[in-house]
Ligand binder design. Structure first.
Ligand SMILES: [Zn+2]
Length: 451
């Protein structure tokens, strides 16, 4: 178990104290989050299978290198290597975290051979730790279920075959592309936390027919097995989009004892929707009015229980949201419809529909942040190896989890509040500047020797 004990001091006053101070705060918070929420993470890295013959670095140092490439939002191995080349950066990292940062090629070599299942299991252990620490407990739906959004996203696209596991498609004009997708299950919260519970790569088996390619639906069955394996007793409510209302998904949820709130599009489950249409006039309703400085919002909820579909009974809920913008009097109207296996009442219908709407957070706080806010998810961290690609993706999930907890710390929120133009990405640039330019004076006392 690794504990970073001493707080560093600066050798000399920095010209831009404010920027350095911000970098220092972020660095301290990263250390604090790792110590508090992920104790033993580096020891766990050392337990991963090491297939190398020559061992210049320990496994803990190598995986830490890859992890901090993402924590520091370096966006590429090249950028990481450039910072690492700076003596000040390397020394500061060693003093602050107790590790020698390896060259990017060194961890790439290991990640090309390491079975991604090992990192996936490690990630699950870390998430289990967070759950045990009860920091996600207050966000549970109906005081019981962790909200788990499920969705797929693209990882990489190629204009020629990249590996035997590539998915492929040919457009109408005959252009063929090869690509990789991943299906994610992420715990989402109303405050914007989006934590990877399990990841399942959508990949072809070598030699498979084009028509029999892997797809999101097939991957969901595997993802569900993975969730059940790593989190067998976790009370879960699955949130998913209009691709998911079907018997296979309902059966998987039922078999695992999971709740679900799944988007119902107009074309989905015709017999179910016909039944809803016939009974809609009898639906129970609730109306909520909300006012802010610039808006007047009306939320109209309607719901029905005991609607039969394929021999099972489900509930239906609709939320119509009308927002009046008082500055120009224009209206925005949206409609959200869900099918759920939760029995709806006046007491729980608002929370159910509002939880269903949290599904979009996997797209925004999840995929969008990982693609555009410093993690560069779609970058080819390893060009040729599908194994390494998966490992980088999974390590990115761990880094994002750590950084999200850092970004939710009051010290970091305070910086953002104080400077309205300050973005998280800018703050992390200050962190890199701080590490690269301000030598730490005191050695950090780290009672853990990697290797
Ligand atoms: Zn490939």
């Amino acid at each position: 178990m690794l504990f970073f004990q001493k707080v560093f001091t600066l050798r000399e006053p920095c010209k831009n104290t404010t920027a350095a101070e911000k970098g220092k705060i972020i660095l301290s918070q990263i250390r604090k989050v790792i110590n508090t929420h992920f104790p033993g993470i580096f020891t766990k890295f050392n337990c991963l299978t090491d297939s190398r013959k020559r061992r210049e670095y320990s496994m803990a140092e190598l995986i830490t290198g890859a992890l901090f490439m993402f924590i520091f939002k370096e966006t590429s191995r090249n950028s990481y290597n450039n910072d690492r080349r700076e003596e000040c950066f390397r020394n500061n990292f060693l003093k602050h975290f107790g590790f020698n940062l390896p060259h990017g090629d060194a961890f790439d070599e290991v990640l090309c051979k390491l079975n991604p299942d090992e990192i996936e299991s490690l990630k699950a252990t870390l998430v289990s730790g967070l759950i045990e620490q009860k920091i996600l407990r207050k966000f549970r739906f109906l005081g019981k279920f962790y909200l788990v959004a499920v969705d797929a996203t693209g990882m990489a696209t190629f204009n020629k075959k990249h590996c035997d596991h590539c998915l492929t498609k040919t457009s109408k004009n005959g252009l063929t592309t090869w690509f990789h997708y991943v299906l994610e299950a992420k715990i989402v919260t109303s405050t914007g936390l989006c934590i990877s519970l399990a990841s399942e790569f959508i990949e072809n088996t070598p030699g498979i027919d084009f028509e029999k390619q892997d797809c999101e639906q097939k991957a969901f069955a595997r993802l569900a097995l993975k969730i059940k394996k790593h989190f067998p007793r976790l009370p879960i409510c699955i949130l998913a989009d209009g691709l998911y209302p079907n018997n296979t998904v309902f059966d998987i949820c039922s078999k695992n004892g999971w709740s679900f709130i799944i988007t119902l599009k107009d074309g989905n489950l015709k017999t179910f929707q016909t039944e809803v249409g016939l009974l809609k006039e009898t639906a129970k309703q609730q109306i909520v009015y909300q006012a802010s400085k610039y808006t007047r919002t009306t939320l109209e909820y309607a719901y029905l229980n005991e609607i039969e579909y394929s021999g099972h009974y489900y509930s239906w809920v609709e939320c119509k949201e009308s927002i009046l913008y008082t500055n120009d009097n224009h209206f925005d109207i949206q409609r959200f419809v869900y099918i759920t296996n939760i029995h709806l009442t006046n007491k729980n219908v608002l929370e159910t529909a509002n939880s269903g709407r949290l599904r979009w957070k996997i797209e925004n706080e999840g995929f969008n942040s990982q693609k555009n806010l410093g993690y560069n998810l779609e970058h080819k961290y390893s060009r040729d190896s599908f194994t390494a690609m998966q490992n980088y993706y999974l390590i990115l999930q761990i880094a994002h989890m750590i950084n999200q907890l850092v970004e939710h710390k009051k010290e970091v929120i305070q910086i953002i509040r104080e400077h309205s133009k300050q973005t998280i990405v800018d703050l992390w640039k200050k962190l890199i500047g701080f590490l690269t330019m301000v030598p730490f004076h005191d050695p950090i006392n780290v009672p853990y020797q990697p290797g």
